[in-house]
Each structure stands twice: as C-alpha cells, then as structure tokens.
Design a protein around this ligand. Structure first.
Ligand code: NAD
Length: 320
C-alpha cells in the first residue's frame, strides 16, 4: 500500500493537474463510464461535527475508493482546518487497498477545480469582474483557480463576517488584481462570474441582485438544508451540475426542486457540456453551476497524486 501524507500533497499536485483530473472525471461521469455511490453524511452529535463517506468507481481510469471525513467547525480555534478527510483507493481488479492519501488540500483543490471547469465552459464572453461570496478556507483556492481560467480585471467580495474579508483581499493581491468589499446588491449587479462558497442556511444572493449575463458557481451548498441563492434565481438560470442526484438532494437546486420551480430535467451535467453532447452557454443568459462535490473528484485527484508520487520516486510503500 502506498501512503501519501497530507504534508506531501502540496509538493506533488498543482492546480493545473487538479483541473485536468476533475474535468476528465466529469466527462467520464456524463459518458456513463464513472458513477458515484450514495453519499453518507451524518451529524454525529459530538464536536458539532458532520461526518461521512463519498465513494465511487471510474471504469475508465479504474479509480475505486472513498473519501471519509467531514466538517469540524471548532477546528480553526485549534489551528486545524475545519474540513478533515482522508482518501482510500482500492485496486479495482483485486479489491486490495492501494493507497491512503491525505484529503484536506485535495478537497480544496478539487472543489476549486470544479468551479473553474464550470467557468471555462459557462462564463459569459468577455467576463472581467469576479464576485466572491464567502471568505472562509475554501475561498482563496476558489479565487486562484478561477483566475487560472478567466481573464479577470478585478475582484469584488462579500462575507457574512465583514471583518474576515481580509482573506479575499490578500488572495486578490497575490493574483495581482484589485479588490473591493461590496454589498450583495452590487456584487450581483457588477460581477460577470460569481463564486458562492459560504456555509449558509438561508439565501444570500437574491434573484433581484443579478441582472445577467452572469455565471454563478454555487459551491458551498453540499448538505440538505444549506442554501446560498434564492430559489427564484435558480429557477431563472440555466442549470448545470456535477451530478444531478446530488444537486436535487444536497445541492443548491434542492430548494427550487422542493418549491416546484424546476424539475430534474432542467439540470444538465457539466460533463455533457465538456463532451459536447449538450450545449453550454448559448447567449446572455444566467448560468448556474451547482457544485455539490462528488466522491469521484476526490478519487481522481488522489489517483493523480499517487501516480505523481510514484513517478517522482517519493511514494512511501508499506506491506499491508
Ligand atoms: P469555513 O468554515 O472556513 O468558512 C465558512 C464561510 O461561511 C465563511 O465565509 C463564513 O463567513 C460563512 N458563513 C458562516 N455562517 C454564515 C451564515 N450564517 N451566512 C452566510 N455565510 C456564513 O468553511 P470553508 O472550508 O471555506 O467552506 C465553505 C463552505 O463550502 C462550507 O459550507 C463547506 O461545507 C462547503 N464546501 C463544499 C464543497 C463542495 O464540493 N461543494 C467542498 C468543500 C467545502
């Protein structure tokens, strides 16, 4: 078995590798070559934590396994990131465990890669203003990945706790873009691309805020009950997702579905756009990518990490 500890991940995989792995697995999902198993996610009644498993199998790359972990809101006060996870890969031919890979940085990289994939295929032509909702741990990864694929000239941002906006300001400076903190009304009106990555249980971005053409990547809603965007805005947008089953149950579309404003057939898997079997953006409409986060994304980036560790001769092997 190969072990790649969390501390080694940053030196092995970069944003470009993560983007390629996620784009390829979204394409494999839409082609029917890869599928996710049902997600388990439970409030364990301890440390206010949400814990669970995401798993799947990609018949094309033979990535088989699971990511286990979740969200511990008290971790930041202990100097740890709130998300904690580990990926276990299995040999698809024998069922033997193949690798144990730290999943924390990979979660941030694969989540940012997902919204970047959506921006590549769905952003309005000539998009120049990036709007960020949320300034937590994931937000910096999101902004960097978006800047890799978009030709942005400035970033505007909003956060629930305005005193925490510094992360967005610092990340924009690192990328070399000017940053301004704005109210949500201005963010919705001025941004050509909006990334929403907050832990919210009530809508933040409202239908009236967004004029369009705009692409909105909703990345924070990954659990039943969470919500970042008003259902009426979801209903007005052309809808895309990583996986329809998750979008309607734990993703941003869950609310518009429950209110009867949209139906499952209104939602397109982004992989179908990548494969060219369904159209992406067609004009000046609002597009919305419901990035729920699928296990196959984790398996894709973890498999790439294992390949890179082996290629670089740094893979730690144990008899198991
Ligand atoms: P974090 O704890 O570091 O930051 C939380 C963010 O949510 C902060 O910006 C905070 O201000 C904001 N927030 C908290 N309470 C809020 C409220 N009531 N209203 C509005 N905003 C509020 O978390 P993080 O690691 O940056 O993750 C952000 C979100 O993204 C989480 O909900 C997490 O579950 C989700 N996430 C999704 C995926 C995916 O694949 N879709 C992957 C990782 C994380």
């Amino acid at each position: 078995m190969i072990i790649v500890p969390e501390k080694d991940i940053a030196g092995l995989i970069d944003r470009a590798e993560s983007f390629d792995a996620v784009e390829a697995v979204f394409a494999a999902m839409a082609a029917g070559d890869a599928y996710n198993f049902p997600v388990i996610r439970e409030a364990i009644g301890h440390a206010d934590a949400l814990y669970g498993f995401k798993s799947g199998f990609d018949r094309k790359s033979l990535a088989l396994g699971l990511k286990s972990g979740g969200y511990w809101p008290g971790n930041e006060a202990r100097g740890l990131t709130n998300h904690q996870s580990t990926v276990v890969l299995f040999d698809a031919d024998t069922g033997r465990v193949r690798a144990l890979v730290g999943g924390n940085l990979l979660t941030a990289l694969r989540t940012a890669a997902a919204s970047a994939v959506s921006i590549k295929y769905l952003a309005p032509r000539g998009a120049r203003v990036l709007g960020m909702i949320g300034a937590g741990h994931q937000s910096a990864f999101q902004m960097r990945a978006a800047a890799d694929v978009g030709d942005f000239e400035r970033v505007i941002g909003w956060n629930h706790n305005p005193e925490r906006i510094g992360r967005l300001e610092e990340t924009a400076a690192e990328i070399g873009l000017p940053f301004e903190q704005v109210p949500l009304e201005r963010l919705g009106e001025e941004a050509d691309v909006i990334i929403s990555i907050a832990s919210a249980f009530a809508p933040l971005l409202m239908d009236a805020h967004v004029k369009g053409p705009t692409h909105i990547a909703c990345m924070g809603t990954d659990t039943s009950g969470k919500q970042e965007v008003e259902a009426a805005l979801v209903a007005r947008a052309r809808l895309f997702t990583d996986e329809i089953a998750q979008s309607i149950s734990i993703g941003e579309c869950q609310h518009a579905i429950a209110e009867g404003l949209v139906s499952e057939s209104d939602i397109t898997e982004i992989g179908a756009v990548i494969n060219g079997t369904r159209p992406g953006r067609t004009g000046d409409e609002i597009t919305l990518f419901d990035g729920t986060g699928v296990g196959l994304q984790d398996l894709a980036v973890a498999s790439r990490v294992v390949e890179l560790a082996q290629a670089k001769g740094v893979a730690m092997e144990v008899d198991f």
